[in-house]
Design a protein. Structure first.
Length: 167
């Protein structure tokens, strides 16, 4: 069986946007699992995604405080479709990221992270896949606001698809 995943990070609602773009809500509705790599900035966004997503896995980010830190872990680990995931917000600078994450997350197949608002898709020397979906609301220096879609099933990770959801 194939599981459809939606990766989000750095939504920053309502600090950077009043809401997620309609395209993101459609992706949430279509996904079997939504993974959010932190910087929600409001409990309301967490509540809405919990209500709307079939399943939600999330962590807090550096801009998340109070109730968000009470309700969310710093690191989440989950197995989906036979693939072992870890989710964090920050991984440090891009220089040496693959080496640091290999050491920090042994036994994990995919590490989903955020913080930079910059989409990222690399594989470490030890085979750990590093994925950052960018941000659907605050593109910073990127040409577009983005999320990432992918599938998992029978221990196989499908090709991640970076999806443009805004200007």
């Amino acid at each position: 069986m194939t599981t459809r995943l939606l990766l989000l990070s750095d939504t920053h609602v309502p600090a950077r946007a009043r809401d997620l773009p309609d395209a993101v809500w459609r992706e949430v509705d279509a996904a079997d699992v939504v993974i959010h790599a932190g910087d929600w900035t409001s409990v309301g966004m967490l509540d809405r995604l919990e209500q709307r997503a079939a399943r939600l896995v999330g962590v807090f980010g550096n801009n998340d405080h109070g109730e968000l830190r009470e309700r969310l872990p710093e690191v989440a680990r989950v197995e989906l479709g036979g693939v072992r995931f870890a989710v964090v917000h920050e991984t440090g600078g891009k220089e040496g990221r693959e080496r640091r994450m290999d050491a920090a997350y042994p036994g994990v197949d995919v590490l989903v992270f955020g913080h930079s608002h910059i989409p990222w898709d690399t594989t470490t020397p030890n085979g750990l896949r590093l994925l950052n979906p960018g941000s659907p609301t605050d593109r910073r220096r990127q040409p577009h606001a983005t999320v990432m879609r992918l599938t998992v099933g029978d221990g196989v990770l499908g090709d991640p698809e970076l999806t443009v959801v805004g200007p």
